[in-house]
Design a binder for this molecule. Structure first.
Ligand code: GLC
Length: 569
């Protein structure tokens, strides 16, 4: 079956189900809530949805610990609700992709329960090892969530590997039977009509033969031995050849520690391509060192370097996935923008990424400018990784310091319920919400944003619509200007008889600005901006502008030098 690459024309919206919208009053977001909001999602101009896990799960890692891959959790509405949502999304022209979490299962999964009892064929479904002499662990790898990566299981009398929580045992992908299970899962959902998968930490599924020790820094020991492991390409290729090739679907791989060169070994558009797009983390590291828990002051230069590296690195060879937020990172306005200039900086951030080349993803709440959450009590945090950090790491630091670290780093900042109204529980539920609502909901909510034509929400709608209207955004080349500026991001897109200049201030102060040589702003259409009045010479705080030149407007077109827009204009 031909893969038509339909994802290249789309904009996706990510739903993290438990906090999106509660439809049945039990305090937990669910598919009935999603169903209610399908028109809202579509109204953003979005035409794709990525669902974080909806499967039955004990919820140790909020659904990323799956106990049944072929069903929908009853608390989310079960399969009946999913079918309705899928049909409703398709009827509105929206594709739907599921989260595929097959590096690990929940420890409650039937496979694990049988594996620990050595019941075939499940005996080798997981990575079991006896301990070493003197009570030492099988190797020195760390779990990314909770201490060491090995847990002793009394029933089996052996250790199992868990790169994440203790209740998330890693599957043994070297076992062909496990790979057959993955293929069954893929087919099951594709036959149901879903359009693709976001593949959770998929570059971790092949572990180095013999599970050798690693010398990487503590807390991430092992990463070099299981990320991009020895059989990763073989396994992904197998999934592609045996299943994905039969459907016009899309795959998006989450890939920690990847650069464009490495990414191309998976996503290069040539025969043998394994994956369509990758979620890279380099653009998430502009205010930290590898993880948000090692905080650094925000550096726009670092962010721009990452953006441009990916734009240039994949040019003509692979396709970018573009994002500012997801359920694993604190809110972007609080990190890279300004809470004081919340909407203004939110608009600049939107423009900064939405006009790059690739497929943009918008995370729930991003479109109304939800910000971080600052609880007073560490016990209010829910996330397994966050709690481990507070209660088990850096415990010699004062509680205040540790709490402030969570404010900057915790994933829970992006997991508070979506703020729909200024009513009780921000309109998220009529029951008792499963999690705390951010205290700013009276000011930051969808209803209020709907009523204001200049809101961030309506700006997102205009930006997405503009993006879709202009072939240059999909196909044009990318060039960055002012690369050394630490206060503004300027880039041009060119092709298809169109030229765009995107200018974004990342500063609360006014700054001088001159258009790069060759861009006659007087001849351009100002297609989008975040100030109500005409631009002045200076760039105002968090001002963003998108200038457009196009061939159709022949008399006004002034960039005839460029090869793609040359003759005939
Ligand atoms: C991915 C998910 C994250 C989850 C982890 C383990 O990084 O995005 O939410 O905790 O994998 O499944």
């Amino acid at each position: 079956m031909t893969h038509t690459q339909w994802y290249k024309d789309r904009v996706f919206y990510q739903i993290w189900p438990r906090s999106f919208k509660d439809g049945d009053g039990d305090g937990l977001g669910d598919l009935w809530g999603v169903y209610e909001k399908l028109d809202y999602i579509r109204s953003l101009g979005v035409d794709g949805i990525w669902f974080s896990p909806l499967y039955p799960s004990p919820g140790v890692d909020c659904g990323y610990d799956i106990s049944d891959y072929m069903d929908i959790a009853p608390e989310f509405g079960g399969m009946a609700a999913f079918d309705k949502v899928l049909e409703g999304a398709h009827a509105r022209g929206m594709k739907v992709i599921m989260d595929l979490v097959v590096n690990h299962t929940s420890s409650r999964h039937e496979w694990f329960q049988k594996s620990r009892r050595r019941i075939d064929p499940y005996t080798d479904y997981y990575i079991w090892r006896p301990g070493k002499a003197n009570g030492r662990l099988p190797n020195n790898w760390d779990s990314l969530f909770e201490g060491k990566a090995w847990q002793f299981d009394e029933v089996r009398g052996e250790y199992y590997l868990h790169l994440f929580a203790i209740e998330q045992p890693d599957l043994n992908m070297d076992n062909p039977l496990v790979r057959e299970e993955v293929k069954k899962i893929l087919r099951f959902w594709l036959d149901k009509g879903v359009d693709g998968f976001r593949e959770d930490v998929i570059t971790f599924i092949s572990k180095a033969d013999g599970l050798p020790n690693d010398r990487l820094m503590p807390a991430a020991r092992g990463l070099r031995k299981y990320n991009h492991g020895p059989h990763i390409h073989q396994y992904l290729r197998e999934f592609y050849d045996d299943v994905l090739a039969d459907y016009d679907c899309m795959t998006l791989a989450e890939a920690p520690m990847v650069n464009p060169k490495k990414a191309l070994t998976y996503i290069e558009e040539k025969p043998g391509q394994e994956i369509d797009m990758m979620i890279q983390f380099q653009t998430m590291n502009a205010d930290c060192l590898a993880t948000e828990y090692v905080h650094l002051p925000f550096s726009l230069r670092k962010l721009k370097r990452a953006w441009s590296r990916w734009q240039r690195g994949l040019e003509g060879r692979g396709w970018n996935m573009l994002y500012l937020e997801n359920h694993d990172h604190p809110r972007v306005i609080s990190r890279y923008g300004s809470e004081r200039m919340r909407e203004r900086s939110g608009k600049a951030l939107a423009v900064a990424y939405l006009f790059q080349k690739g497929t943009p993803f918008i995370y729930q709440g991003q479109e109304i400018g939800m910000t971080n959450w600052y609880p007073e009590d560490p016990e209010m945090y829910e996330d397994v990784q966050t709690r481990w950090h507070y209660f088990n790491i850096a415990t010699r630091k004062s509680p205040e310091k540790r709490l402030r670290r969570l404010w900057l780093a915790s994933r829970d900042s992006a997991r508070t319920p979506v703020q729909w109204t200024d009513g009780p529980n921000a309109g998220f539920t009529e029951g008792e919400p499963w999690f705390y609502v951010n205290g700013n909901y009276r000011e930051v909510n969808v209803a209020r944003a709907e009523a204001d034509p200049d809101s961030l929400l309506n700006f997102y709608r205009r930006a997405v619509a503009l993006r879709k209207r202009l072939p240059v955004v999909r196909d044009g080349s990318y060039r960055e200007y002012d690369a050394l500026s630490g206060r503004r991001y300027v880039y041009a897109r060119e092709g298809a008889g169109q030229r765009l200049l995107v200018v974004c201030s990342f500063s609360e102060a006014e700054q001088r600005f001159r258009a790069p040589a060759g861009f006659d702003l007087g001849a351009a259409e100002l297609a989008l901006q975040n100030y109500p009045d005409a631009p002045v010479d200076a760039l105002r705080p968090y001002e963003c502008r998108v200038y457009l030149w196009q061939r159709q407007a022949a008399p006004r077109y002034s960039c005839a030098k460029s090869p793609t827009t040359g003759s005939g204009s």
